[in-house]
Design a binder for this molecule. Sequence first.
Ligand SMILES: [Fe+2]
Length: 167
Amino acid sequence: MSNQEVFFKWTDAYSVNIKTIDDQHKELVNILNRLFIAVSKREGDKVIAGILDALMSYTQTHFALEERLLQQAKYKDFAAHKEEHRKLLDQLDRLCKKHLLEDKPIYFEMLSFLKHWLKEHIQGVDILYSDDLVKAGFSTAAWEQSANEEFAKMSASKKWWELWKAA
Ligand SMILES: [Fe+2]
């Protein structure tokens, strides 16, 4: 298996037609691809645990921001969407905990689960609201600014670049 191989390749099929949301989803894809490299190169449990922690933090912040956007846009199915987020976060949390407790974690199984999990979030859940927001012509500018500030704060406290240095 070559390290040049891309585990999760972003294509326009994943776009929800809202640029800032697409950018955040691309970042989740990047984290997953970083995890794939760590597993392929056998970088070890400590590095992998750090990447899973980054995935968890980024996802929590992304979901919270997405929910804030849907609330601001008065999206009709907000409650259902929030519930879907809760379920996805619960799945991710269980997977991370299971990984940390297992003696011999099955990394490639974990990766294929996460790939499916991310596709389900983007194509199964988010696509449902994006049409409504785009059609309503809702401006995401104010939300975008607060979202970017929040991610900048999070990246500074988590020191993400240290995870990427090893790749
Ligand atoms: Fe999303």
